[in-house]
Design a binder for this molecule. Sequence first.
Ligand SMILES: Nc1ncnc2c1ncn2[C@@H]1O[C@H](COP(=O)(O)OP(=O)(O)OP(=O)(O)O)[C@@H](O)[C@H]1O
Ligand SMILES: [Mg+2]
Length: 246
Amino acid sequence: MDIMTIEHLTKVYGEGDTAVRALDDVSFSVQAGEFIAIIGSSGSGKSTLLHLMGGVDRPTSGTVRLQGQDIYERTDEQLAVFRRREVGLVYQFYNLIPVLDVVENMTLPVLMDGRSVNDKRLNMLLRTLKLTGREHYLPNQLSGGQQQRVAIGRALMNAPAVVLADEPTGNLDSKNSAEIMRLLRDSNRQLKQTLIVITHDEDIALMADRVIAIEDGRLVRDERIRQVPAATHGGTAAAFPSKGAR
Ligand SMILES: Nc1ncnc2c1ncn2[C@@H]1O[C@H](COP(=O)(O)OP(=O)(O)OP(=O)(O)O)[C@@H](O)[C@H]1O
Ligand SMILES: [Mg+2]
């Protein structure tokens, strides 16, 4: 089953002589529960694509459908709700709120939605992301890697149907990077979460079910590495995370 369909997606920044065609007529579908790696050189349009899939920006033309519905038919307010509820986005440059501490940053989207925080899940994420003991630190009191892990925690807090992660291990050493990828992959497999990760790391790309390459704003390669596992009964936070082997 396709959860997301992207058709003729184009994004042009600026106008006239200075216009940049960051994304140029990109089309593909995403299966529910699929783990996709997006690769491509710097400036090729990867972040632009991820942001458009997450409802962060509006396309110049083309559509992004989630479960059949064009997300850009929504008003800005409806899009804000979409971003909080339907997707978890890990930004390349974290986008943490400087005056909020670790726990407040992680739980903000849930609280803004008027829902209560699942403490068990929060504590599990703090533990897995090695943020225990740093709960009340502000972003500027954290290392780059710690800030990156807070951004990942914020995206996973909601257990969203779709996780969009922009270089989620870009600031981490190889050991931490492997642990974070295991967390994301366990979450993908156990919660049947669709996972889309931008990466420069070949090892991470090889963990994915499918690799999509973007160059100069165009989709130049779309390669299946393995079948998406059949639906598991999953869906409960209790079953997660496991010490899954790669
Ligand atoms: N807000 C913006 N205004 C103008 N141009 C932009 C904007 N955002 C991105 N661009 C341009 O669009 C192109 C694609 O940028 P994008 O950030 O999507 O690349 P990327 O593949 O994520 O690169 P990197 O690997 O370095 O993160 C670049 O040429 C960039 O300069
Ligand atoms: Mg980028």
